[in-house]
Design a binder for this molecule. Sequence first.
Ligand code: GLC
Ligand code: CA
Length: 761
Amino acid sequence: MADPYWYKDAIIYEAHVRAFFDSNNDGIGDFPGLTSRLDYLQALGVNTLWLLPFYPSPLRDDGYDIADYEGIHPSYGTIQDFERFMDEAHKRGIRVITELVINHTSDQHPWFQAARRAPAGSPERDFYVWSDTNQKYQGVRIIFTDTETSNWSWDDTAKAFYWHRFFHHQPDLNFDNPRVLDAVMKTMRFWIDRGVDGLRLDAVPYLIEREGTICENLEETHEILRTIRRALDERYGDRMLIAEANQWPADVRPYFGEGDECHMAFHFPLMPRMFMALRQEDRHPITEIMRQTPDIPENCQWGLFLRNHDELTLEMVTDEERDYMYQAYAADPRMRINVGIRRRLAPLVENSRRRIELLNSLLFSFPGTPVIYYGDEIGMGDNFYLGDRNGVRTPMQWTGDRNAGFSRADPAQLYAPLIMDPVYGYQAINVESQERAPYSLLNWMKRLIALRKQFKVFGRGTFEFLPAANRKILAYVRRYQDELVLCVANLSRTVQPVELDLSAFKGMTPVEMLGLTEFPRIGDLPYFLTLPGYMFYWFRLQPTPLPIAVQRPPDTVVARELVAESLPAFFMGVAWDTLLDGNVRTLIERESLGPFLQRQRWFGGKARALRSVRFVDWGLLRKGMHPLFLTIVQADYKDGARAARGRRGGRRGCRDGARAAPWRRAHHRRAKRTDRRRRRRRTPGARDPRIARSAGVAAHEARGGPSAPDSGVRRHPRQRVARRAADGRRTEQHIHRARRSPDREAVPPRRGGAESRRRDR
Ligand code: GLC
Ligand code: CA
């Protein structure tokens, strides 16, 4: 059986069959069309697809007004089309969540048609909530404030009022009648038996009504959810229920029960507060709601979203906050609907790419499972002139061609007009163009999704805010097993500094996760960061240097490279045993010998400033390609003193002394320089301040600065320096660095030391 907690690692994509792709050119998206676009979803990286209602329906609430729970709306295809779709989705590793809308049906549902005709008190009538008066349950809020004035409507056939929390054409089912619960559980089994992996429980707080209450979140409602969950678990192992409960965090918490109600629930109050914090350039709205978010059972998960198919609901904010949000995000009153704002993500943030990325970074790193609303991954716009929430439900924009490539029907035939304005219109915003542009929003989203999927910490880890004096900065830490992630976000439009107390992570190295860039190691001081406007960083906190640095002590790797690079180059002919006869000797004396002596532990004059050093005598001990010299070196100090020592030295490991043509030499020099730079960049730990420090010292040494403790630089192959003890007296070789052809450059560095030293003995 698959991991029963799969929903914790899910990336959910919310889509409407009707809006995605039209396969038969009737202007309406359908299951075969959706199936044909599964490759796109797979490439995007999402692993879970949530489908809005696709059942037979008069479509007066876009399908949430269901007329038959166990069928497919004929415009969208057949049950066979659905089954094929399920197979293809699963083949691509994509799970499917569908809607279980149990609070209400369409008034066209046969149950309601039977109920209104059946006599009062009969089992048929009892499927819905009836009353002789519309005065019951006073004080229960109206949800669709723009269209409804009461939760009761009169039915002339039944000669009674029926209860409805949403549109008047959506009568509420009566969950005090056990046959209703049986019927919806049968529906649940119907879809799960067809492979559905998860069910979104629509409008779930409103199942039960009781006089004197607000008829929301009642204990009896929770009892019903426990029954549904039991039935699910008894028969199926790894399926999931997600609650749509637009409530305050403390009221949503019971929908998880003791891990025995819903596996997931949407976090409604967080969503508007992300937008609020962004506009106010202040993290407070976010930190406050997260502090008020209770812990949830181990097997449960929050569902997080920025936008969905409904309005940006402002039910779960204070009056003041609501006024602010309207003013900030819906200046035009036509953008408002019910208690919310009917706009998509990109238009909400005025098409600011940086703000879109910032909000997505929060969505993908906050504790919970992210839900992407179709089209938001390319930054689609909306059309609030369309009425109801239809402006955020327009056809998916695939290409810049006719009907955005969504359908080949006549444009007038489409179920809804396309977005056609110059900013968000399909010629400007479409999948095809963004797939071609490496830095498009679509490709950025793919990278973010791929990154998130590499780490379980985002879906499963703990969450804690880090205090920071600068309130424009939001910083938090996520932990899961050995995964430790620090997230820092700048909510303001301008660059911001922040000092973070990371003492708990002292000694660790933050590695920025999108670019794999190592930042300075965390030390004793507050950690200082600068973030450009709307920037966010995700850092993996690494406890130890990466393995490659472990193989070779990091201090020496870079130090050696730097010393090697700072050494002067000498152009030599074939005859290396005449090395000290010509002007190269003077060059070595002038540029290398002094700094070399200063680095040697045996050199007694380290503390004193050298004026000059020179070879006063030498003799060739071994001829050939690897000559060996005995030399006497004289050092003159700035304080007037002088010292001389006998040295034995030779040419090591240099197999090709032939002098190349000048243009080739310049070319090789450049090639080696870039190669070295590249290697350094690849060297993990290169940015480690400790390494940088010792590298700095080494470089300084090589430039002839005061000597530092021997740092092992002698082992570098290109430096060809070795040490040897003979007769209780140490001898030392000269440094020389010869230009070799690039293919020789590929000789692994380690071979220089031990091997050639042995050969020389
Ligand atoms: C849920 C849906 C919404 C629908 C309502 C009534 O809130 O998200 O779209 O209008 O239920 O069915
Ligand atoms: Ca169609």
